[in-house]
Design a protein around this ligand. Structure first.
Ligand code: ADP
Ligand code: ADP
Length: 228
């Protein structure tokens, strides 16, 4: 479970990106985060995977107060949270296989486990035939599949995605959504910031809308609610 209690985020330049966020996301939920550009969606998501720290307020991840976690423990906290970005962020000189294996090596998983698990997740995302390709040899949709495989290889409780379909055409975006839905069906909580109106309005899952740093709407079978 992810809980935020009266969370504020003020950047060093004085911008108040989040102003009093209260939210609870239960294990197994699929949540869309929507809102205009600059509303605070990315900041909200970065607080969850500890890329940014709150200026005030309390964030609990599975009951653990992330502010109290010492920095050396952050990798262990992050192991429980996979992250997927709009621009994939794959390491360009590593193959698909190596990009995914790297995430397991980073937590010092036993060598014999790595090979079996990496092949298993690459199969789950439908890339078993492309695992020795470099990112530059893969399409955008395939690169996003590698990044999703990397995000789930350590079996995290949470998958956090910031505009995962932002660089993909509509058909490829839907393929990625079916994959995320499948991962959610297997029990992983998904929180996804998006501008994709069609996806949000078709899937009809929980929608949290943020405007000017405040949650203005939180609906269980929500809609996108904006024109863009
Ligand atoms: P969104 O994802 O909804 O577009 P962001 O969370 O990226 O919104 O940004 C919210 C506000 O915080 C914006 O005004 C943005 O310019 C500002 N902001 C975001 N990141 C930083 C940063 N690292 N330093 C200063 N201001 C930032
Ligand atoms: P830092 O040096 O800030 O502690 P890390 O070295 O842990 O960060 O992470 C480096 C980059 O990888 C950061 O940009 C971060 O956003 C990204 N990252 C961190 N954790 C994950 C994760 N679980 N999945 C994908 N990317 C991650």
């Amino acid at each position: 479970m992810i809980e935020m209690h009266d969370v504020w985020k003020r950047y060093p330049n004085g911008v108040e990106a989040l102003r009093g966020i209260d939210v609870k996301i239960e294990q197994g939920e699929f949540v869309y985060v929507v809102g205009p550009s600059g509303a605070g969606k990315s900041t909200f998501i970065k607080l969850m995977y500890r890329e940014e720290k709150p200026s005030s307020g309390v964030i609990l991840i599975n009951g653990v107060n992330v502010k109290r976690v010492r920095d050396w423990k952050i990798p262990y906290l992050r192991r429980n949270i996979g992250v997927v970005f709009q621009d994939y962020k794959l390491l360009p000189n590593m193959t698909a296989y190596e990009n995914v294996a790297f995430a397991m090596e980073a937590i010092e998983a036993p060598r014999r486990q790595i090979r079996r698990r990496v092949e298993e997740v690459l199969e789950l995302v439908g890339l078993e035939d492309r695992m020795h390709a470099l990112p530059s040899q893969l399409s955008g949709g395939e690169q996003q599949r590698v990044s999703i495989a990397r995000a789930i290889v350590n079996n995290p409780s949470f998958l956090i995605a910031d505009e995962p379909t932002g660089n993909l055409d509509p058909e490829t975006s839907w393929d990625i959504m079916y994959l995320l839905q499948e991962i959610n069906n297997r029990g992983t909580t998904i929180v996804m910031a998006t501008h994709n109106k069609e996806i949000v309005n078709t899937m009809r899952q929980r929608v949290i809308a943020i405007e000017q740093g405040v949650i203005v709407r939180d609906e269980l079978q929500g809609e996108y609610g904006y024109e863009d």
